[in-house]
Design a protein. Structure first.
Lengths: 455, 481
């Protein structure tokens, strides 16, 4: 108990000097050792001392047939107890009796033995599991490799040997008889499809239907398990099967982030009229990870790009951020006025992205607006404004940038402002040289940094 | 009242036993949580295409900061490995922390470096930066070399943060080797951020001793031949696959290994950077960042990636290992004491109530209890007559439980990443698990006690850790001194 008092004192928030700390810790350690003197390791020893004492008393009790009280325990030993003790003293040479004779002690011993047996047993089982797993892995790897090679050959034959199509189809059907094999065949077709286009892609798609693999994909997409569904969505998106779009739309609101994202990606591929309609209904935050994957899908599949201005009025700020990013990445300059409206957004991240987008669009008309917002912005957004101005060099902001160098204490802001001036070309470089002549030491270092093209 | 006194007496009489049961229960619970988290992660991860991060212009820019002190043997190869990581938008900042060997010369020659007019702010205090170097060769455009006055690892990291221009920073030991896709994997939690700000991400660190390395990349993974290194494989497997993953899931993670961690730079700066007053700067930073977020009322999360992302050389001599463990113990104690306010404080939620408490009792105090318990038993055995059958039974229980827990950890590794290809290596690992409690564990107790003594006496040194370097074809682990 004293140990715990000491520990709680340790953490009471009082500042304890080091020598005092040492004393407390040593006391704590001493108490642990002291407490452990009666520790669990030696219960039977302690008990045995009692028993020896009690036995000598009981010998007298048997003779006189009365109850006696050991001196220090304060516990009356009855005749029934004495019978037990007599039995135990006879059986003391047996292993378990020698361990502990108390009822709770015996239970504990049983528990310990059970745990030991369990541990040994589990070790043996785990060893077997580990070895079997390793064997299984090696076997699956070997079979998969063989099947992959076989299917690759068959698929190539099918794609480029139209004359023997029925025979090859039969061979493929025969070779992919069970679920495991069809799965490997499907994976091979997916890998192949990514690298194909034109007639070859059409023929592979045709084969997909002929082998009824579309049914397998649908089954997966409609199944209850999320990881199977994801596989189904991917296959359907790749093969452009739109029959279960309703199910995919339903999964847009799933709690499972992977399933949700895969549904978004599948719809971007499969959405017949409006690929990005899902953005209208997004209730959860549209994470950067999801945004990045949607963008990657658009780019890698060369999909038609909508005007993202449409979602700049979304109630979901993350959808607005995504739209701003897409406007910037696909250079939708015509939307700049709508973008500039978001410089007044209540969300810091939306404002930051709007500034960044204006910079990327290089719309000089937005410069006065950016300058105007500089003073009221948080640090990160002010820095983004200077970076955006740097991307559209214009002498009209020279004085503003000089003021940034002059008035701001933050080095990052000063460097970005100097870089923006440098980007203006000759007038900017002249202005920097003039600033360098200033007596203020930091100016020289900042401008030297900016002028150093090696950085 | 008498009943309460009886209970109290029972508790005190059985103190060590209760602690043992509590530790075992905690291990079992953590293992269960880890198993669930690992299963979920692996399933989810099988659908992740990390290439989309490499290709995307939306991926965040990252600064890798690698402090180096007398790493002349391996620095060139290690920097090359860092530069060849699969990521689009990152810079490598090597901080030469006043090395007295040829580290700087080697780097200048290998990478054609020259001093540039680099201006930066000492936003976090650090020792004087003597110069910033960039390469004349454009293929090393993303390499920045800092030469500074010696100030220790934490100080070097702070210097790197001051020079960094990106929003995310990665701290890495210059003598570690990262998996090529480590940055993509570590960046992902930051991309998935929703309501809670991601302030840090850690990854699993594995042991490189005996592995075959070429040009700073691991060619073949082998189990260390040296017993000490091999037993540390078990320790690391248990700690990472059974501990930290579970703690991240329970929101009680206190430590992101100094060998590899990714952090939000602004949060690090607002917290004051790495502390130079402790030798456990990695743990201290995470605890301070978490405190800062709670105290400033911001929602946050610290995540952990179960994938092996970094490979590091571990000591294979008793002397060096002892120094390392001494330092770890001091670091733990220093961090726990400097943040004692968190202890059982509901304001800090799971982190204060469970995470800190676990570290306090099980990581810091338990080795001390165990050391004194065993010492007491030995003394008792010499000077008195313990109940040998019971003692043997109890030790058998502890031993078999400890070994079976380790075998579970090996199973976790086998079912997840199975990095050791040879079946023989797995069997040797299990064989080592049977020897560990006798040959290695008592040493860790001695080192922990020594570490606590060093903490109490105010020792601050890091201790020397000599490396052999990865330049050789095979990283032999026979005699690091």
């Amino acid at each position: 108990m004293a140990l715990f008092f000491n520990i709680s004192f340790f953490f009471s928030g009082n500042k304890v000097s080091l020598p005092k700390k040492k004393i407390i810790l040593l006391t704590a350690l001493f108490l642990v050792v002291q407490n452990s003197s009666a520790c669990f390791l030696f219960p039977a020893e302690e008990e045995r001392m009692h028993l020896i004492e009690a036995e000598s008393l009981l010998t007298a009790a048997y003779i006189e047939d009365v109850s006696v009280e050991p001196e220090d325990s304060g516990k009356v030993i009855s005749k029934a107890d004495s019978d037990t003790l007599a039995y135990e003293s006879v059986a003391e040479d047996t292993f378990l009796k020698d361990l502990d004779t108390r009822r709770e002690g015996a239970l504990l011993i049983k528990v310990l033995i059970a745990f030991i047996i369990y541990s040994i047993f589990s070790m043996l089982v785990l060893l077997v599991v580990i070895l079997l797993h390793r064997n299984k892995l090696e076997l699956v790897e070997k079979i998969s490799q063989e099947l992959k090679e076989k299917y690759q050959g068959l698929l190539m034959d099918y794609l480029f040997d139209e004359e023997h199509e029925p025979e090859i189809l039969e061979r493929i059907n025969k070779a992919a008889g069970d679920k495991f094999k069809r799965e490997i065949l499907m994976n091979q077709m997916q890998d192949l499809m990514v690298n194909l286009s034109g007639d070859a892609a059409d023929r592979l798609s045709e084969l997909y239907y002929k082998l009824d693999l579309d049914r397998d994909s649908e089954e997966k997409a409609l199944g209850p398990k999320w990881h199977i569904k994801v596989k189904g969505f991917r296959e359907l998106a790749l093969m452009n099967v739109t029959r279960v779009n309703d199910e995919i739309i339903r999964c847009l609101h799933s709690k499972n982030s992977i399933l949700r994202m895969e549904a978004q990606l599948a719809l971007v591929r499969l959405g017949e009229e409006d690929r990005f309609a899902f953005l209208d209904h997004l209730e959860r935050p549209f994470t950067l990870w999801e945004q990045l994957n949607v963008h990657q899908t658009i780019v890698s599949h060369n999909l038609e790009i909508p005007s993202f201005e449409r979602w700049l009025n979304s109630d979901n700020p993350t959808v607005v951020i995504f739209s701003l990013r897409m406007i910037s990445l696909f250079s939708q300059t015509g939307s700049w006025k709508k973008v500039a409206e978001h410089l007044d957004s209540p969300f810091e991240k939306v404002r930051e992205e709007a500034v960044h987008t204006l910079g990327e669009l290089r719309v000089k008309e937005a410069l006065p607006n950016l300058k105007q917002h500089y003073k009221d912005e948080i640090y990160e957004n002010s820095l983004e404004i200077v970076k955006a101005i740097r991307k559209m060099p214009d002498e009209s902001v020279l004085n503003f940038l000089k003021l940034v160098i002059d008035k701001e204490d933050d080095i990052q802001l000063q460097i970005e402002a100097a870089k923006a001036i440098y980007e203006m070309g000759d007038p900017g470089i002249k202005a920097l040289q003039k600033i360098m002549k200033s007596e203020y030491k930091n100016y020289q270092i900042i401008i030297k940094h900016v002028l150093d093209r090696r950085i | 009242m008498e009943f309460l006194i009886d209970i109290l007496r029972w508790v005190l009489n059985n103190f060590l036993f209760i602690i043992t049961i509590a530790i075992f229960s905690a291990y079992v619970l953590l293992a269960a949580f880890s198993a669930m988290t690992l299963r979920k992660y692996l399933r989810k991860n099988s659908y992740v295409d990390y290439n989309s991060i490499i290709l995307s212009p939306l991926a965040p820019s990252i600064s890798l900061i690698a402090p180096a002190y007398n790493e002349g043997k391996s620095i060139v190869e290690n920097v090359r490995a860092l530069l060849s990581l699969y990521y689009n938008n990152f810079e490598v900042i090597v901080v030469n922390d006043g090395s007295t060997d040829n580290s700087m010369k080697e780097c200048i020659e290998a990478y054609n470096l020259e001093k540039v007019n680099y201006y930066f702010d000492y936003r976090i205090p650090c020792e004087k930066i003597r110069g910033v170097y960039k390469s004349k060769n454009r293929s090393f455009y993303n390499l920045t070399f800092i030469d500074k006055v010696n100030g220790g690892k934490a100080d070097a990291l702070n210097a790197g943060i001051n020079v960094s221009r990106n929003k995310l920073i990665v701290s890495i030991d210059a003598d570690s080797i990262m998996e090529p896709d480590a940055l993509q994997k570590m960046a992902k939690p930051f991309l998935e951020e929703t309501g809670k700000k991601v302030i840090g991400t850690g990854g699993v660190v594995r042991i490189i001793n005996s592995c075959e390395i070429k040009s700073g990349k691991i060619r073949k993974i082998h189990l260390p031949k040296n017993f000490l290194a091999r037993v540390q494989v078990l320790e690391y497997t248990r700690a990472f696959l059974m501990g930290r993953i579970a703690w991240a899931r329970l929101d009680g993670l206190l430590l992101i290994s100094g060998a590899l961690g990714m952090f939000d730079k602004e949060t690090v700066i607002k917290c004051g950077g790495y502390s130079t007053k402790t030798v456990g700067e990695d743990m201290e930073l995470v605890v301070r960042m978490r405190r800062y977020m709670v105290e400033s009322g911001q929602k946050y999360v610290v995540t952990y990636i179960p994938d092996p992302l970094c490979w590091t050389e571990v000591p294979s001599s008793l002397k060096i290992l002892g120094r390392q463990r001494n330092r770890w113990t001091r670091g733990t104690a220093e961090t726990l004491f400097s943040h004692k306010k968190i202890f059982l404080n509901p304001k800090y939620k799971s982190f204060g109530i469970f995470g800190y408490t676990y570290w306090f009792f099980f990581e810091w105090l338990t080795p001390i209890f165990e050391f004194f318990g065993i010492s007491f038993f030995i003394l008792y055995a010499i000077f008195s007559t313990p109940n040998w059958p019971f003692a043997i039974l109890l030790f058998s229980f502890v031993y078999t439980f400890a070994v079976s827990l380790t075998v579970w950890a090996v199973l976790f590794e086998e079912l997840t990443y199975h990095k050791y290809e040879k079946k023989r290596d797995v069997l040797r690992l299990i064989g080592t698990a049977f020897l560990e409690p006798f040959l290695y564990h008592p040493l860790t107790l001695v080192w922990a006690v020594k570490g606590n003594w060093s903490f109490l006496t105010g020792q601050k040194s890091w201790g020397k850790m000599d490396r052999k370097g990865f330049g050789t074809k095979k990283n032999s682990d026979s005699s690091a001194t």
